[in-house]
Design a protein around this ligand. Structure first.
Ligand code: ADP
Ligand code: MG
Length: 269
C-alpha cells in the first residue's frame, strides 16, 4: 500500500455482523440501467451475490444476461445506477474516481477476453507493467513463482506477436495475479483460445486458487471452463437465477439446458 484509500471513516465499512463469512467482493441490490426511455436496458436488475475469499467462482448465463456488466461494476470499471458493490469491506459507490482508480490498482486484477498486452514490450515487461506504472519494483521471487506456474519461463524475452494466443493469455493472467490482488476478475478469458490453450490457462487459474489462496471470479459460457470453478452462479435477465457447488461438465450441461428450457417457456412462440 503506497497511498491510503479514503480516510477510514466508519461509513466505508459494513458492520461485522452483516458479514457472515469473508467475502472478497459483493453486490447488494445492484441495478445498472443503460440508456433511457425507449432504449432503456436494465442490465442488472437488483442482483445480490457474494464471492468468498479463496474461492474460484464462475458466472454463466445467456448472452446479454448482464455478466460483463456485473463484473465491470464489481471491479470498479463501471458504476451502478443503484445498490452497492464492495471489494472487501469497501463500498465502491462512495469512492471518488481517483480513489476508485487506486482501489483497482491495489486490490483488483482483470483478465479480458481480448488480450491487451503492449505489443512493443517483452512478456516479462508486460507482466510487471502495472508495478512499473505505479513506480514500484517487482518482487522477483514472486515474479519467478508466477512465471513457473504459467510455464512461461522460456518466453519472457519474447514480444506478444512472437507468442501463441494461449501464451499471450497466460502473460495477461500472470500480470493480473502478480501483485496477489484481493480478487481477480476474468471475462471469458478462454473465449479466443483453442481447447488446449484454454485448458492450460484454466489449470493456472485453478493452481492460483489452490496454492496461493487467490480469489477468482470468471465469466464464461463454456461448461468445460466453468467446471474448473468451486461454484457456478447462473445469471438471467440481470438477476441471480441459481447456483451450483462443485460443478462438473455433466452437471453443468444439465443445468444449462434446464435454464434454456425455463426461459423458452417464458417467451411464447
Ligand atoms: P453479457 O456479458 O451477459 O453478454 P452484458 O452485461 O454485456 O451481457 O449486457 C447486458 C445488457 O446490457 C445487454 O442487453 C447489453 O446490450 C446492454 N449493455 C451493456 N453495455 C451497454 C452499454 N454500454 N450501453 C448500452 N447498453 C449496454
Ligand atoms: Mg459479456
Amino acid at each position: 500500500m503506497t497511498e491510503p484509500m479514503d480516510s477510514p471513516s466508519a461509513s466505508h465499512f459494513v458492520t461485522s455482523a452483516a458479514v457472515k463469512r469473508a467475502a472478497s467482493a459483493r453486490a447488494v441490490g445492484a441495478v445498472r440501467v443503460y440508456g433511457r426511455g425507449d432504449t432503456e436496458v436494465r442490465a442488472l436488475d437488483g442482483i445480490d451475490v457474494d464471492f468468498a475469499a479463496g474461492e474460484f467462482t464462475a458466472i454463466m448465463g445467456a448472452s446479454g444476461s448482464g455478466k460483463s456488466t456485473l463484473l465491470h461494476c464489481l471491479a470498479g470499471l463501471d458504476r451502478l445506477t443503484s445498490g452497492e458493490t464492495y471489494i472487501g469491506d469497501v463500498a465502491l459507490s462512495r469512492l471518488s474516481d481517483r480513489h476508485l482508480t487506486i482501489l483497482r490498482r491495489e486490490k483488483v486484477g482483470f483478465i479480458f477476453q481480448s488480450l491487451n498486452l503492449v505489443p512493443t514490450l517483452t512478456a516479462l515487461d508486460n507482466i510487471v507493467l502495472p508495478l512499473t506504472i505505479a513506480g514500484r519494483k517487482p518482487d522477483m521471487g514472486r515474479v519467478d513463482e508466477i512465471v513457473q506456474m504459467t510455464g512461461l519461463a522460456g518466453r519472457l524475452r519474447h514480444r506478444p506477436n512472437e507468442l501463441s494466443g494461449g501464451q499471450q493469455q497466460r502473460v495477461a493472467a500472470a500480470r493480473a495475479l502478480l501483485s496477489h490482488p484481493e480478487i481477480v476478475f476474468a471475462d471469458e478469458p478462454t473465449g479466443n483460445l483453442d481447447s488446449r490453450s484454454g485448458g492450460e490457462l484454466l489449470g493456472f487459474l485453478r493452481h492460483a486458487v489452490d496454492d496461493m489462496g487467490q480469489t477468482i471470479v470468471m465469466v464464461t459460457h463454456d461448461v468445460f471452463a466453468a467446471s474448473h470453478a468451486d461454484r457456478v452462479i447462473f445469471v438471467s435477465d440481470g438477476r441471480m437465477a441459481s447456483e451450483m457447488r462443485s460443478p462438473t461438465t455433466h452437471s453443468l450441461l444439465g443445468a444449462v439446458s434446464g435454464l434454456a428450457e425455463a426461459s423458452a417457456e417464458r417467451i411464447p412462440a
